[in-house]
Design a binder for this molecule. Sequence first.
Ligand code: PMV
Length: 360
Amino acid sequence: MSEKDFIPAPYILLKEEGEVSYSSPSNIALVKYWGKKENQIPANPSISFTLAACVTKTSVHYKKKNNKADAFSFDLFFEGEVKEEFKPKINTFLKRIEIYLPFLKEYHFVIKTSNSFPHSSGIASSASGMSALALCFMEMERTFLKTLSEEHFNRKVSFLARLGSGSACRSIEGPLVEWGETSSMEGSSNLFGIKYPYNVHEVFSNFHDTILLVDKGEKQVSSTVGHELMHGHPFATQRFDQAHSNLEKLKSILSEGDLDSFINIVESEALTLHAMMMTSNPYFILMKPNTLSIINEIWKFREASKTHVCFTLDAGANVHVLYPENEKDIVFPFIKDKLVSYCQNGQYICDRIGLGAKKL
Ligand code: PMV
């Protein structure tokens, strides 16, 4: 498929007014996307667990304008309050997707959005936020077209969400979504995420992700800048090759339920992501002392308890603690007794693997 396939057929009717709402989750990458080409094309393929509890709920009220002006027209409310500072990001998103949703300038939108996770918790809201908004616009398009298959709907939402924030394209479906062309994954594309097409062992169903909020402050370096720094990075080629190879290895690990090898890839990916940050120029560190303390505690506990708890990291200091459902009664008490003391104000979020976005 190419970008052109997402330009819609002529609309049969444009409704005067209406409202659509969606809830869309965040996701946590197992093989990380870090580095991109023009138009949000990833430099390497990635795969993520879709989450269930960390979601953005967005509603879009739309009303036809009297005359099609040249500018986009929308009001934005975040958690019930007008948020002028979020508007430029939405405006950039609308500009990028206008060619694929040619109705956007015909309407005035009232966008109301809220997150299930605490504001400024250091949890990236761009994946859930951008995917929820893309879903609302696509739901509008669905009513303007004669036919739209479920498959095309999902692909196009993912395609649009990607133009808002790369990792957002992995938030539409679940429990596992792959994004980025790679020879080992049939149907994979740089343009949109696909539901993982192979067998997954039942040990991964209901997998837990307890998110430890280590540092809720403003990130020192944004992921946009981080991706940028992979251009000319001394280890870029090796890193991109490694991501392809890790994805390929994950196929048998996921189907066989090989938790030891799963842990090895997931933790190595997390540390590699941060190693890329530390070895770029300018270099930077997003982990905090407590991030490292938590990692060491997890390693010690895993050795002693013979469980399969492991960690992964996003582009920040928070730690995602992953473990299977059948070990939760041993692992969760450890998290509460030992790890929560490393969290800022003792804050953590109990999440688990989820099935994707929902229409409200
Ligand atoms: O979607 P972005 O541009 O915010 O990039 C996110 C990148 C990581 O979260 C660090 C990794 C990933 O694959 O989600």
